[in-house]
Design a protein around this ligand. Structure first.
Ligand code: UN1
Length: 510
């Protein structure tokens, strides 16, 4: 553990606000970073106070003036260097992610890979910040649109993807010409500080203003609420729970700022009689048990044709019983701990309500004890039989609970599938072309992501990531998500020497 910290330039006590190259003497409370693996304190962070927060915003604003003057492809070159700097630290960063949030090393390294991938993507994007040109209705006029940097932006992230989600926002925002203020989850502070140090080093080597990237770790009142309400930040991108996002959305809307929200998922997969059951079971295993059920893209509901309910349940029980649960840094372990004891408690409360609402546990759901398990954060992943309309099934419980819901017709399956408040990710398992086309049509899945014969999680960075309804409507990462980080300007240039008005209007004479 000490080696990981040392290699990543972290100390026993770390300042929680700065640019990655320089740090503030923070005036807020001390915060421990506790590993869910064994409940031990990894290191401490001195949090930012309200006035530290203000310092950070001043830095980000100052840096913005300079950064916008760097041509976009040159900004891309800096992001390329950042990607390379992360490439060579992939192992250590992965280890720290495992230590701090408990996901298995393979998945933690996968997360670091997402950072590298989005850097590569953003480098290309830096030469493709395209606007359209239009034909004017007036003679000898030219009309076109262009995209300008937006300003310093705020990025709020959750514990479960402590690097990737920030990087989808930050790397794209950087090529767009914005500067970034990051408020990471209080449960994943060290990982955030480590990558900021790496990125800050790249900015410093290139003699760029340090405040291009900023981090501010602090509590809700001193930092969180200020950031969200701050009119100096034209965009707030927030990832987390629906309750958090609803609040952020309201506050940002009341100051007429922009928000980009990526909130809860309650992702369903439909398994039809035409599915390859073995393939479906393997995908569901990863989708439901990966990251211990703590991805916003985790499979939470399996909507399965009643004829194959039994065989699929059997295949899943077989697969679940082989999952090795333990220290996520050890080879062969497939599931680490939940983030903390509260998460375990919430899972237990959920399973109690499931029983009251008429559901049935068909596998797992126990809290483990003995040895490492005494940390109180280890559970067995759980499979339940349920109905879609149970209040519990309508909610996202951030834990490895999988609801199996039987259906009879595809129409009914889609109705169940869409019959939840959230709309992030979805999938159908079928080898029947017509069934899959129905699912992908406007009459099918109502989610931001819809897959065929793969699970709901593990999306690639190249697509736009996000969802509908209570998921918040935002899109991050690939495709044209970059547009959210820029302001669009429509321009008309008159080179006619005449004063012609649009819509044929005649208006006075001089
Ligand atoms: C999240 O859980 O907030 O698609 C992000 C996935 C990952 C990202 C998840 N690429 O599961």
């Amino acid at each position: 553990m000490q080696d990981v910290l040392k290699n990543l330039d972290l100390s026993e006590v770390n300042p929680g606000a700065g640019t990655g190259a320089t740090w503030l003497e923070c005036g807020g409370d001390m915060l421990e970073s506790v590993s869910p693996i064994d409940g031990r304190v990894i290191a401490n962070v001195r949090q930012a106070s309200a006035s530290d927060y203000d310092q950070v915003v001043l830095k980000a604003r100052e840096a913005f003036r300079e950064w916008t003057m760097v041509p976009a492809p040159k900004r891309g070159e800096i992001v390329r260097q950042m990607g390379n700097a992360v490439r060579v630290r992939k192992r250590e960063l992965g280890a720290l992610v495992s230590l701090e949030v408990g996901k298995i090393w393979a998945e933690a390294e996968g997360e670091v890979q997402e950072v590298i991938d989005i850097c590569d993507f953003a480098v290309g994007q830096s030469r493709m910040l395209y606007g359209l040109s239009m034909h004017s209705e007036r003679a000898k006029h030219r009309m076109f649109e262009q995209y300008h940097p937006l300003g310093p932006i705020g990025v709020i992230t959750a514990f479960n993807f402590p690097l990737a989600v920030w990087s989808w926002n930050a790397m794209v925002a950087l090529v767009a010409g914005d500067t970034v203020i990051w408020k990471p989850s209080s449960k994943a502070t060290l990982t955030a500080l480590a990558i900021m140090r790496i990125m800050g080093g790249v900015l410093r080597e290139n003699k760029l203003p340090e405040g291009v990237l900023n981090i501010v770790i602090g509590n809700r009142n001193e930092v969180g609420e200020r950031l969200v309400a701050d009119p100096r930040l034209p965009l707030i991108s927030a990832t987390g729970s629906v309750a958090m996002g609803r609040h952020v959305g309201e506050v940002v809307a009341s100051r007429l700022g922009r928000s980009l929200l990526e909130l809860g998922g309650n992702n369903g997969v439909v398994v039809t009689t035409k599915a390859d059951l073995e393939l479906a079971a393997r995908a569901i295993l990863f989708g439901a048990v990966g990251t211990a059920g703590q991805r916003c893209t985790t499979i939470r509901r399996v909507i399965v044709h009643k004829e194959i309910f039994g065989p699929l349940a059997d295949a899943l029980i077989r697969a679940y019983s082989q999952v090795v649960i333990g220290n996520p840094l050890e080879d062969g372990v497939l599931m680490g701990p939940l983030i903390d004891r509260q998460a375990v408690e919430r899972m237990q409360v959920a399973l109690e309500s499931l029983k009251k609402q008429g559901g049935r546990i068909i596998y797992g759901g126990e809290v483990l004890s003995g040895g490492l398990y005494d940390a109180g954060t280890y559970v067995t992943p759980c499979i339940c039989e349920a109905r879609n309309n149970y209040p519990l099934v309508q909610e996202e419980t951030f834990a490895p609970i999988l609801y199996m819901i039987p259906y009879q017709t595809l129409e009914e399956a889609i109705q169940y599938h869409n019959g939840v408040p959230q709309g992030l990710s979805s999938a159908i398992f079928t080898n029947d072309l017509l069934e899959s086309e129905v699912f992908l049509s406007h009459m099918g899945s109502d989610c931001g992501i819809a897959n065929v014969n793969i699970g709901t999680s593990g999306a690639e960075i190249g697509g736009a990531f996000g969802g509908e309804k209570d998921t918040g409507g935002g899109r991050e990462s690939g495709s044209d998500a970059w547009k959210a980080y820029m302001r669009r300007q429509t321009c008309t240039v008159n080179w006619s020497g005449e004063m012609e008005l649009a819509q044929g209007i005649e208006f006075g004479k001089v």
